[in-house]
Design a binder for this molecule. Structure first.
Ligand code: FRU
Length: 441
């Protein structure tokens, strides 16, 4: 554990910045609705990422694109889906129409279920990074999290289809070290995180990295020594591969933390653009530290190098949030660079629910929860970027993942949100809940 907050060597989301979070017309997504045709109506689909090349572009293999998603059968409640999450892949020839091709792995993937990650297609080799969640040795459901990879699987494009073929070799790449990255044993009562490995090769240095979500032990005098605040200790972790080998990783210190601000900064990823590193994370309304109020939203920060110093986008960090009429409409967003723009997609969570706390959903019957949970991808948001400012200025269809270089339709001049969508929902000031009985996201 660090001795004082003077030892702080990486960027932090300041409470001052987080205190400025508010819906603005550049940060609120319009009501999402549901896709006209759902490629997986019998599945809950949530966190999703494209197969990418080493340089971060969406990979095209003989004309095919691939998306990997966390999935579960649609007949489980939305809360239960995390306990049985399975990676499945979808393929498309145009980045618009997707076909479900089934599970990525066989039964030998590590953990009792596989949580979010990223996927690299490198010289014909496939590396599927994931979070090995749970202990296969334990009878009880556990929340152990380790960073893992499946490799050796093969992309086959014969027969005019793309399929991913076994056999896979699975390896644990990193386990929390207890110094920079809290172990589960060190963690307090709140949801523990050490997950979501994201492959990133730095175009300026050529260095190969994994970013991941974690918690970092705070220094004793952080937040004036207030232990309740210090319990909120999210961070973005970093590992490097000195040789560039996607199987060989060493920890580095975090590049960013949200100590005294937020407990969970999820699915970190970086978009490099014009010499700037845009770091994005998703976070929840109920994981902000006492005295702060945010939303379920995509938050972003920008720096001149991967290691920082990161400055909050739009002064607070807020980049994309849900409309006031549906504050849990979407979650777990992913930003990809597309020319001058960012394209941001997430998954549709509870698009019709206008309550202020997700716990209201957890209290409903299983059937009602299932009906309300959308479990498919959102419309893709088009986001303009100007230095430290971003602005949603258009949308594409649900499930749209255009290729690099593909021309997008001209932006409408009259882009605007329906009236009332900026209103803070009542009861915006709230304290974060502690979840002792496992996650309900
Ligand atoms: C975000 C998330 C990820 C995690 C997954 C588990 O939606 O919390 O951090 O890998 O969901 O289902």
């Amino acid at each position: 554990m660090r001795e004082t907050d003077d030892d702080q060597e990486w960027s932090r989301w300041s409470r001052e910045a987080a205190d400025r979070i508010e819906r603005t017309d550049g940060t609120v997504a319009p009501p999402a609705g549901l896709p006209e045709s759902d490629p997986a109506p019998d599945l809950h689909v949530w966190d999703t990422w494209p197969l990418r090349t080493r340089s971060g572009e969406i990979a095209t293999v003989d004309g095919w694109q691939v998306l990997i998603s966390l999935t579960a059968p649609a007949d489980v409640t939305p809360g239960e889906r995390h306990d049985i999450a399975e990676h499945r892949y979808f393929v498309s020839r145009d980045g618009r129409e997707w076909t479900d091709r089934g599970p990525v792995f066989g039964d030998d993937a590590l953990g009792t279920r596989q949580w979010a990650g990223s996927a690299l297609y490198d010289d014909g080799e496939l590396y599927c990074f994931y979070t090995a969640a749970g202990d296969a040795d334990s009878e009880a459901l556990t929340y152990t999290q380790r960073l893992a990879v499946g490799h050796g699987g093969r992309v086959d494009t014969s027969d005019d289809e793309l399929t991913i073929e076994e056999p896979w070799s699975h390896e644990i790449l990193l386990e929390a070290d207890g110094e920079w990255y809290e172990t589960q044993a060190q963690s307090g009562e709140m949801t523990y995180t050490f997950r979501d490995p994201w492959f990133f090769e730095d175009p300026e240095t050529g260095r190969t990295h994994l970013l991941f979500e974690s918690n970092t032990p705070p220094a004793p005098d952080d937040c004036g020594g207030d232990a309740d605040q210090q319990a909120f200790n999210g961070c973005v972790g970093l590992a490097v591969s000195p040789s560039g080998d996607p199987l060989d990783w060493e920890f580095r210190s975090p590049i960013f933390d949200s100590v005294c601000v937020n407990q969970e900064i999820e699915r970190p990823h970086v978009v490099y653009r014009e010499g700037q590193y845009y770091l994005f994370v998703s976070s929840h309304v109920d994981t902000f530290a006492p005295g702060l109020a945010g939303y379920d939203a995509l938050y972003g920060f920008v720096a001149d190098s991967l290691e920082g110093d990161y400055r909050p986008l739009n002064e607070s960090g807020l980049v994309v949030t849900n409309p006031a009429s549906a504050p849990f409409q979407a979650y777990s967003w992913l930003a990809v660079g597309h020319g001058e723009e960012l394209l941001v997609s997430g998954f549709c969570n509870y698009p019709e629910f206008d309550g202020v706390a997700i716990d209201e959903i957890a209290a409903l019957s299983g059937e009602e929860q299932r009906q309300r949970f959308a479990g498919t991808l959102t419309p893709t948001l088009r986001v303009g970027v100007d230095g430290e400012e971003t602005r949603i200025h258009g949308t594409l269809d649900h499930w749209a993942f255009p290729r690099e270089g593909e021309a997008l339709p001209p932006l409408a001049d009259d882009w605007s949100l329906p009236a009332g969508e900026l209103d803070p929902e009542p009861g915006l000031t709230r304290t974060a809940s502690r979840r002792e009985d496992g996650p309900f996201w």
